[in-house]
Design a protein around this ligand. Structure first.
Ligand SMILES: [Cu+2]
Length: 174
């Protein structure tokens, strides 16, 4: 059985090689009419490529201004920013303080004690307001300004083990 399959495979490989060889040998016969068509469509292709390049760059610039991620190296002063430290653990959050004011930007300094977690802030309709990764050994800065008071929920956005779904805490905006 195995030797039959082996033989069939060899014959098929031989057929594929034969087809490639046939195409390769016959493609050497240069056709002057065909050459002019190739030249024309290579020109069209270059223009299309340039158009896509300019379009892609324009869309990228327009959709990333202002850039959604804050400057991670900048020190955000406590005069202008409310500073909140967030530590993610399996399976709870330590967030200090857990109450902030509306109208003034909040700088969340987010890290993790064990594995990767996702820090997600949800409003009262359970719509995601802002998020960043919580990673061990790193501090990710997230800046968000709450426009009005309310109760917000913090949920983990990265599957981090058995009780991942229970990783919930509350943020109060006054
Ligand atoms: Cu988690």
């Amino acid at each position: 059985m195995i030797s039959t399959v082996y033989a069939i495979t060899l014959v098929c490989i031989g057929l594929v090689i034969a087809v490639f060889y046939y195409v390769f040998v016959n493609s050497k016969e240069a056709d002057p009419d065909y050459q002019s068509i190739i030249k024309k469509w290579y020109g069209v292709r270059s223009k299309w490529f340039l158009f896509l390049l300019v379009l892609g760059l324009t869309v990228s610039v327009l959709t990333t201004t202002p850039f959604p991620t804050p400057d991670q190296k900048k020190e955000y002063s406590s005069d202008d920013y409310q500073n909140v430290t967030v530590d993610a653990h399996q399976w709870y959050w330590i967030m200090t303080p857990s109450t902030v004011k509306a109208g003034q930007p909040v700088e969340f300094k987010v890290s993790a004690a064990d594995v990767n977690h996702g820090f997600g802030i949800y409003d009262e309709h359970m719509e995601l307001v802002a998020q960043t990764q919580a990673m061990p050994g790193y501090t990710n800065k997230l800046i968000h300004t709450f426009d009005k008071p309310g109760k917000f929920k913090i949920l983990c956005l990265e599957y981090c083990g058995l009780a991942h779904h229970a990783m919930i805490t509350e943020l109060t905006v006054e």
